[in-house]
Design a protein around this ligand. Structure first.
Ligand code: FMN
Length: 208
């Protein structure tokens, strides 16, 4: 399915554009906000941290229908390790979003979150043990584990009650659209429509 991936652009501190492919992970419940996940240590995160640096543009092409959506707006970073600028929901919703997105990942997709930092020089021996290699403990188990034991002191990530060990590097990205530029190459004549949150998402047809 070609619609599973989109390209996401940011701007680096030298005002240079940066672009990368990401997996679309669904919409934030009850909203039109798009979700993706990433590693907090990746470069895109520093490009999106700080006031006035939250802009993104997603370019999403659907090969079957020959439609392109360019969605621009603001990013919010949701992680157990950083304070979120996203005011739309409280701690509980934040925690359940992180849990839900983490549990959607396969073991293989979780591995990089426990390895060395993205873009660090490659070192075959540097992979950290993932939770499959570690004893799995839940919140309920912690009381029974001697806190001086390796099993307890090696747990560096957040431990949640359903036995899923969420890496502190895990980050959910919420993309809140402010504008959409839609292009349909299949329709005759080709169709281009602009939408803006400022105009209540009113459709504006323009030349392609
Ligand atoms: C098909 C495909 C899907 C990808 N999905 C993601 C993703 O969902 N999240 C992510 O952080 N990186 C994803 N990547 C890797 C990014 O494109 C990029 O290489 C990486 O995130 C580092 O980007 P940065 O240095 O701009 O942070 C994907 C790459 C490909 C080819």
């Amino acid at each position: 399915m070609h619609s599973k991936y989109y390209q996401v652009a940011s701007v680096d501190p030298s005002a240079r554009p940066k672009n990368r492919t990401m997996v679309f992970r669904g919409f934030l419940q009850g909203t039109q906000n798009l979700l993706s996940v990433t590693d907090l240590r990746s470069e895109k995160i520093s490009e999106w941290q700080g006031d006035g640096k939250l802009h993104f543009e997603i370019c999403w092409y659907f090969t079957g229908s020959r439609e392109q959506y360019r969605v621009a707006g603001e990013v919010a970073l949701i992680s157990n390790s950083i304070k979120s600028s996203y005011q739309e929901f409280g701690e509980q919703t934040k925690t359940s979003l992180i849990k839900q997105q983490w549990s959607n990942l396969s073991d293989k997709a979780r591995e990089p979150f426990y390895s060395s930092s993205p873009k660090a020089p490659f070192d075959d021996s540097s992979a950290l043990p993932s939770p499959q290699d570690k004893p799995v403990i839940s919140v309920n188990d912690t009381n029974e584990v001697d806190s001086s034991s390796n099993a307890a002191s090696n747990i560096t990530s957040s431990v949640v009650s359903n036995n899923v060990d969420i890496s502190d590097n895990f980050c959910v990205i919420v993309f809140t659209p402010h504008t959409v530029d839609y292009l349909n190459l299949k329709s005759k004549p080709q169709q281009r429509c602009l939408y803006d949150i400022q105009d209540g998402w009113k459709e504006r047809m323009v030349n392609p």
